[in-house]
Ligand binder design. Structure first.
Ligand code: SAM
Length: 295
């Protein structure tokens, strides 16, 4: 198979299959070998690894991943790309393409069915995602407890910056806290628009999320934690004593007591709290709310 990352190859395949790029499916295909390598090498794929690729397109990342991994399962929603993938991946016997919507796919089931019993250390998820599904797919994988080592994906630059942001910065928000609860984050590279065909309007970044098998913080109740984070950032300009009133069923008294018990000044704002502070605050809120509800 000719170099899939060459714009001329993409054009030839496109014309011979009468394929049309779909804007609504976020089809901006990679035509830069360095960036393909950044994703595959950034994910640290090795010969023992089982890889799930989201949105293979014409298979440009799939091929490079398959040359390094034991097996690759690629989930592609667009059925018009399936005959193309059959052609571009024909010489590889360790790739399985599944024509499905990743958001409706049970990723745990794919791992169970195709990974040959790999432990999470050897399961890696990669992709150049359509930007509109970045957050839902990341949160789905993390919340479903998919037994994977890492997720290395291309996304909109601004979203990568928000996920990777540190407390006290303008980008730090509920998405940063939600993802950092599960993962360590690392920006691999920023990607110029010229690396894609057709070129997207927004800048892109490859981000790696290393899923921690052991959480950094102990939560008494995950729901209370996410409710506190959501309420805090829902009104990010307000002090915590005000913004936490957005937590369902909470009272001024519970807010005051919880902040005090967690050792957090009531005049601070959500954007200044790190993961540990959010966790201890949420635990104090949970204890008081469940006592109140048990009355
Ligand atoms: N990986 C290819 C590349 O880098 O050239 C294609 C990347 S393109 C940005 C995104 C791909 O995801 C497209 O092939 C698109 O059809 C596919 N896609 C979009 N939504 C999807 C979904 N919900 N489930 C699976 N694949 C999807």
């Amino acid at each position: 198979m000719k170099k899939l990352y060459a714009p001329s190859t993409v054009k030839t395949i496109k014309d011979s299959h009468d394929f049309k790029f779909s804007k609504s499916l976020g089809q901006n295909f990679l035509v830069d070998k360095n960036i393909v390598d950044n994703i595959v090498d950034g994910a640290g794929i090795g010969p023992e690894d089982f890889v799930i690729e989201i949105g293979p397109g014409m298979g440009v990342i799939t091929r490079e991943a398959a040359l390094k991994a034991e097996k690759v399962v690629a989930v592609e929603i667009d059925k018009t790309l399936i005959p193309i993938l059959e052609e571009t991946l024909a010489d590889l016997d360790n790739v399985q393409v599944i024509n499905q919507d990743i958001l409706k796919t049970d990723v745990n089931e794919i791992i169970e069915k195709f990974s040959g019993g790999k432990t999470s250390k050897n399961v890696k998820i990669i992709g150049n995602l359509p930007y509109y599904i970045t957050t839902p797919i990341i949160m789905k994988i993390l919340e479903d407890g998919v037994p994977a080592d890492s997720i290395t994906i291309m996304m909109q630059k601004e979203v990568a910056e928000r996920i990777d942001a540190a407390p006290g910065t303008k980008d730090y928000g509920s998405l940063s806290v939600a993802v950092q609860y599960y993962c360590d984050t690392k920006i691999i590279t920023n990607v110029p628009k010229e690396a894609f065909m057709p070129q997207p309007k927004v800048g892109s970044t490859v981000l790696r999320l290393d899923i921690r098998q052991q959480r950094k913080v102990e939560l008494l109740d995950k729901d209370s934690f996410f409710q506190c984070v959501k309420a805090g950032f829902g009104q990010r300009r307000k002090t915590l004593s005000n913004s936490l009133m957005g937590v369902s069923g909470i009272t001024k008294e519970i807010v005051r007591e919880s902040l005090e018990a967690a050792g957090i000044d009531a005049g601070r704002r959500a954007e200044t709290l790190d993961l540990y502070e959010f966790a201890s605050l949420a635990n104090e809120v949970y204890l008081r709310l469940s006592k109140e509800r048990g009355k």
